[in-house]
Design a binder for this molecule. Sequence first.
Ligand SMILES: C[S@@+](CC[C@H](N)C(=O)[O-])C[C@H]1O[C@@H](n2cnc3c(N)ncnc32)[C@H](O)[C@@H]1O
Length: 251
Amino acid sequence: MTVYFIGAGPGDPELITVKGQRLIRSCPVILYAGSLVPEAVLQGHSAERVVNTAKLNLAEIVNLLHQAHKRGQDVARVHSGDPSLYGAIGEQIRELRALGIPFEIVPGVTATAACAALLESELTLPGVSQTLILTRYGTTSPMPEGEQLHDLARHRATLAIHLGVRQLPAIVGELLPHYGADCPIAVIHRASWPDQDWVQGTLADIEAKVAAKDFRRTALILVGRVLDPGAFAESALYDAAHRHLYRPGTD
Ligand SMILES: C[S@@+](CC[C@H](N)C(=O)[O-])C[C@H]1O[C@@H](n2cnc3c(N)ncnc32)[C@H](O)[C@@H]1O
C-alpha cells in the first residue's frame, strides 16, 4: 500500500503527467484538494472512495490515509500544480512517516509554468533575468525573516507571486522602488481553466486594469522585464560559435 501525492497541474486535465493520470485511474481511494483541483482531472477513475478534502483538517485527512493503509488500499492524494509548492504536503509526510505509511510523490505542472506558457514568455532571458523567485504574499501566515517581498525585490529577479491578488496595491507599493514604474507585470487568473483570463500592464497601471476584472482567488502575479524585454541577448546554448559536448564542431 502506498500514498501517492500527485501533482494535478494547473487546471487543464491534460496538464497532468502520464504517471499521475495512471495512478488516479488505478487507486481505489482518491483524496483531492477540491478548492483548486477540478473534478475533470479525476475522469476515468474507478475508485470506490473519492473525497474532496477542501473542508477537512489535517487530522481528518491523516485519519483517511491511515484507514486506507489498514485496508491495504493505495491512495491517490491529488494536489494542484506541483505538490512541493504551497501544497502543505510536508505536514502530511511527517504524519505518514510517524505512522510508517509508505508514500511517493509524483510531480506536476506548476501554475507558474502554465502562466508563462499563456503569456508566451521565457522567464529567464539572457541579460534580462536569470533568476526566478517563487513566493507568496499572504496575510494569513507570516513570511520568514528576510523573505518579505521588499527583501526579495532587491534582486530585481523575475517574480512569481502566489496567493496575493487581493493585496495587489500593497504588492505594487513594495515593488515600485526596486523595479520602477515601467516594469511589466501580469496577473493571470485560473490559467489553463476554461475561464482563464489575464491582464498585462506595468507597475504604474496594473491596479486600475485589474480593478476592472473580478480576480479574487487562484491568480498568479508575474513581475519582471522578461515579460516585455525589448532587445535581449541570444543564448550561448544555440550560438553557432559556441562549442559544447553535443555540438563539438568539425574542426
Ligand atoms: C496553494 S497555492 C498552490 C500552488 C500549486 N501547488 C502550484 O504548483 O502551482 C495556490 C495559488 O497558486 C496559484 N495558482 C494555482 N493554480 C493557478 C492557476 N491555474 N492560475 C493562476 N494561478 C494559480 C494562485 O496564486 C493560487 O492562489
